[in-house]
Design a protein around this ligand. Structure first.
Ligand SMILES: [Mg+2]
Length: 199
C-alpha cells in the first residue's frame, strides 16, 4: 500500500535559518534587522534594497552548512515517521541551492527523506511553484511548515497542516480550520502518534 505523503519544510522546521543567517549577517551588514524581518522573506520590510537583501540570503545559502545541526529531535522523529509516511522535503529555496540543500539533508538526516522538491520563490525572478501546487501534485496528506501563509493556503484547499514552532512570525490568536500547531518535533510526534493520515 502506498504510504501517505508528509510534506516537510526545511527552514525553521529542520534547519535553524534565522539564527544562522543572523550570525552570518553580523559584521557583514550594518543594518539591524529583527528576526521577524529576516525570516519573513518580505524584503520590502528590510532596510536596504531588496536586491541587496536577496544577495545576502543567496551568499549565505551558497555556504556549506554541514556544521549546522538540525532542530532538536528532527532526526529521531523523521526516523520514526518514516515507517508510516513517505517523507518529502518541500522548500521554497531556489533550485540553485539544491546541491547544498541535499548535502545538508544527507549529512544530518541520512536516508530519511524520500524526495526533495525545490519549489523556488517569487524573489528570484525565476519560475517557482507554490507549496499548495506542490502539495497537490504530491497528494500530500499533511504539510509541516512554520509560515502562516503557507499553512493557511493549503488548509483552505483541504490539505491539513501543522504550523511548526512558536516563532514571533507565526503567532495567530486562533488557528484556521485544518491547522494544528506543534512547537517542536516532540509535539509533531505526539500529534501524529497513533494517527493514520490518509493520502
Ligand atoms: Mg520555513
Amino acid at each position: 500500500m502506498t504510504k501517505p505523503v508528509l510534506a516537510i519544510d526545511i527552514d525553521e522546521v529542520l534547519f535553524p535559518f534565522a539564527a544562522e543567517f543572523r550570525q552570518f549577517c553580523d559584521g557583514r551588514d550594518r543594518v539591524e534587522r529583527s528576526l521577524e524581518q529576516l525570516v519573513d522573506y518580505d524584503f520590502d520590510l528590510w532596510a536596504g534594497s531588496a536586491a541587496e537583501s536577496l544577495e545576502l540570503v543567496h551568499a549565505f545559502s551558497r555556504l556549506d552548512h554541514r556544521l549546522v545541526a538540525p532542530l532538536d529531535q528532527a532526526r529521531e522523529t523523521l526516523a520514526e515517521l518514516r515507517g508510516q509516511y513517505r517523507l518529502v522535503i518541500v522548500t521554497s529555496r531556489d533550485s540553485e541551492f539544491e546541491a547544498r540543500t541535499v548535502a545538508w539533508l544527507e549529512h544530518h538526516l541520512p536516508g530519511l527523506c524520500d524526495d526533495v522538491i525545490m519549489a523556488g520563490n517569487r524573489h528570484t525572478g525565476r519560475s517557482y511553484r507554490s507549496k499548495l501546487e506542490v502539495c497537490r501534485e504530491l497528494g500530500a496528506a499533511l504539510l509541516v511548515d512554520d509560515q502562516l501563509h503557507y499553512v493557511q493556503e493549503v488548509a483552505r484547499q483541504g490539505v491539513p497542516a501543522v504550523l511548526f514552532g512558536d516563532y514571533p512570525w507565526n503567532q495567530m490568536a486562533e488557528l484556521p480550520m485544518g491547522v494544528r500547531r506543534a512547537r517542536n518535533w516532540a509535539e509533531v510526534r505526539r500529534l501524529l502518534a497513533g494517527e493514520r493520515v490518509h493520502g
